[in-house]
Design a protein around this ligand. Sequence first.
Ligand code: UDP
Length: 456
Amino acid sequence: MEEEKRKGLRVVLFPLPLQGCINPMLQLANILHSRGFSITVIHTRFNAPRASSHPLFTFLQIQDGLSDAEIRDAPTSNVMSLLAQINLSAESPFLDCLNKVLLESKDSSEKVSCLIDDCGWLFTQTVSESLKLPRMVLCTFKATFFNAYPTLPLIRAKGYIPLPDSEAEDSVPEFPPLQKRDLSKIFGEFGEKLDPFLLVVVETTMNSSGIIYMSCEELEKDSLTLSNEIFRVPIFAIGPFHSYFSAASSSLFTQDETCIPWLDSQEDKSVIYVSLGSVVNITETEFLEIACGLSNSKQPFLWVIRPGLVLGAKWIEPLSEGLVRSLEEKGKIVKWAPQQEVLAHRAVGGFLTHNGWNSTLESICEGVPMICLPGGWDQMLNSRFVSDIWKVGVHLEGRIEKKEIEKAVRMLMVESEGEKIRERMKVLKDEVERSVKHGGSSFRSIETLSNYLLSL
Ligand code: UDP
């Protein structure tokens, strides 16, 4: 009966144009579609999702104000600046597009239930209010991080930065389990420029009809309760649904499938998978340190080197021929991997990651312990949970040095300490897996969300 009612309802989704935001939005689209809703995805020209991979959804592209040259240079540009620019330019095209969808629905039997968009859009609450359409927020971070949005300006103003070495490992009293040394990478070059952005996000979220998290009670029950108290809107934690709806179909880059036969030729749990996601950049010196660390570890590795990852380089040119030869003896380098399939492969025993929330969840879902090398923002917090709270990984503490990398890889992959981490990861994986199974916390939350969308 409820399923029948949902059949006459359409939900409009609007992801932020980043791989780490598109993946969870399209997973949500799949979840809602499987519950009977029709789906329209409005998207920017920049990082447009591949419509052909989702024939059951309607895709509508809007102008984002970026020039062809800006789009071409995006892999090596500052992504935060691009997003700020799009946030300024896309409001009016978005309003026109959404208005058109609503007008069309007036003439059809199918009604639009609500807009669901990323918490990083600054204008969507105003637009949806002007069109009298309820709006829900998809938060692609861990709830603990989003909960800190209202307090981040206060923490910044407290002046923990610059920090004396003696206090580096102290916890941030307003934001456990973060350590004071993590703060400089959260505020980065933006500093106080972040405050107005955070304020708008908090305000518009509080005016929204609810928050959806790709997370679950098993990972952060208290944070989810707190989120409800802070933002005073309904909260739905519906993840991680990776095993049901893979992120692979929403990949913006071509995935190098030769990884899989290469992994097939490796021993069980012997390979360390290395990827720093779609946005993080490293310097040439850091790149060479990682290369030497992996080579010296003597452990097989699969390394994703995204074009644009290394600042000032197109791809792997900073590696000498000799180093490439020695890397190829034990490892494989690709530009982009089918990450979920890789993590699920029996040969993969560890993940050297930047701890983006998607990568962290995917690793937990596949029970792969991590080496944490966060690059900034929420990654600083995710990595603390991985290493200090759940204890399912080792933290490099920002030391991108060959000896440290070699030591961490060997510790995780061959030493007894690594075995203990692996056992803890197995327990966490099983708990999280239960949440999405029939009757589990996320499973129930999806049901509640579906009924809530019906009621809007
Ligand atoms: N990913 C992938 N292939 C790669 C590296 C990453 O498919 O070689 C996917 C990964 O599975 C994840 C997303 O890209 O779903 C990255 O999101 P995350 O939140 O981890 O990091 P971000 O890229 O946003 O920093």
